[in-house]
Design a protein around this ligand. Structure first.
Ligand SMILES: Cc1ncc(COP(=O)(O)O)c(C=O)c1O
Length: 371
């Protein structure tokens, strides 16, 4: 079975981790963690990096530090990971869902403008599957309405929007280093920001709300988390970061190979290879099938060809957990709903050979033709 994803662990990574262990660098306060923070923040053109234990908690802490009040609203795209919804629900604010664009699968500026209200305080701007959002109109709308942008770049490590790198937009940006991400720590995450006081608050929040010296130890002014990244994980992340360009080249090779295989298949739509403002990094290679295909059935038939796949995100505005928050009444967001029903993504990990890409694409084509 060709898996959907497989981490790329090089000898240099193994050496970096064993070296950290030999030096006794294991916990979250070892110097290698701050070195990783500095190098990562530099790579995305930010002043501060705050390493945390995963990308979900990076969102939780960033939203918590906005001190949202009852009645505040936070806009999130419906077509994305549940971590964005959970982060809003953990605050006092209400989540408001925007739809995505049918071609890029990213937040639609038109839908955003429709859901902005006088209560909107923040937007989580998520770049989907390695292709950036069209940030210019999104930033314009948010500036006009005084909305704070938290950029979720978990799926867009070092992808560029025009000349600007993803991770440098908005008040703060979050990343995940889960095993399937462009670079991995096994589990891990990072918040990056240019705001000095926001960064200090986040550093404290992720570390049980300890305050930096010379403040007295074991005196706490707010509830904190243990969301520290260990030195062992940081050693892996720091080593992987050196290969970011190689990962980009590999992902593009794989994405372009699929793109040419599906070029004449209107029943099998991919995100564009590029937009006027960016090049797709193909973090994952997604396909949206015509409405008459049942994607679960297609996925099962693909497995019989030894090709694994994953379904797309189930739209957030249709999640059953909203019932518990009296938020079940939601408008139709037709693009997110269609993507959730008709999308699946295919194997696209670093090291997937051209012949394997062809095998996966041909398997899908034959499943669709025989459907
Ligand atoms: C856009 C986005 N944000 C956040 C996360 C959560 O990251 P983690 O799995 O590290 O908690 C993910 C994970 O897949 C993601 O794709």
């Amino acid at each position: 079975m060709i898996p959907v994803s497989r981490p790329h662990i090089a000898e240099a990574d193994i050496h970096a981790v064993t070296d950290a262990l030999r030096k006794g660098f294991v916990s979250g306060d070892a110097p290698i963690v701050s070195q990783f923070e500095e190098e990562f923040a530099f790579a995305v053109n930010r002043r501060h990096g705050i390493a945390v234990s995963n990308g979900s908690i990076a969102l939780d802490l960033s939203l918590h530090a906005l001190d949202l009040e009852d009645g505040d609203e936070v806009i999130i795209p419906s077509f994305t990971i549940a971590s964005c919804l959970f982060a809003v629900l953990r605050t006092k604010a209400k989540p408001v869902f925007a739809d995505v664009d049918p071609v890029t699968w990213n937040l639609s500026p038109e839908s955003l403008s429709e859901v902005i209200s006088p209560r909107t305080r923040a937007l989580i701007a998520v770049h989907t599957y390695g292709l950036p959002i069209d940030m210019a109109p999104v930033e314009r709308l948010c500036d006009q309405a005084g909305i704070t942008i938290i950029e979720d770049a978990a799926e867009a490590h070092t992808v560029r929007y025009n000349e600007q790198v993803c991770g440098s937009f908005g008040h703060a940006s979050t990343f995940s280093f889960y095993a399937n991400k462009a670079i991995t720590c096994g589990e891990g995450g990072m918040i990056v920001t240019d705001d000095d006081s926001f960064a200090s608050r986040l550093r404290s929040l992720r570390n049980l709300s300890f305050l930096p010296t010379p403040s007295p130890r074991f005196v706490h002014h707010e509830i904190g988390w243990n969301a520290r990244l260990s030195a062992i994980q940081a050693a892996l992340g720091k080593s992987q970061l050196r290969r970011m360009d190689e990962v980009t080249t590999e992902k593009r090779r794989i994405g372009l190979a699929y793109q040419s295989m599906f070029a004449n298949r209107p029943d099998c739509q991919m995100q564009p290879e590029s937009t006027p403002y960016s090049k797709n990094k193909y973090w994952v290679v997604g396909v949206v099938l015509d409405d008459h295909f049942n994607t679960r059935e297609v996925a099962a038939r693909l497995r019989s060809h030894d090709v694994d796949s994953r379904p797309f995100f189930h739209p957030l505005h249709r999640q059953p957990l909203l019932n518990s928050y009296s938020l079940s009444e939601q408008p139709v967001l037709s693009v997110s709903e269609r993507l959730g029903a008709q999308g699946l993504y295919l194997p696209s990990f670093v090291g997937l050979a051209d012949a394997e890409v062809s095998q996966c694409a041909e398997a899908l084509i034959s499943v669709l033709d025989e459907y």
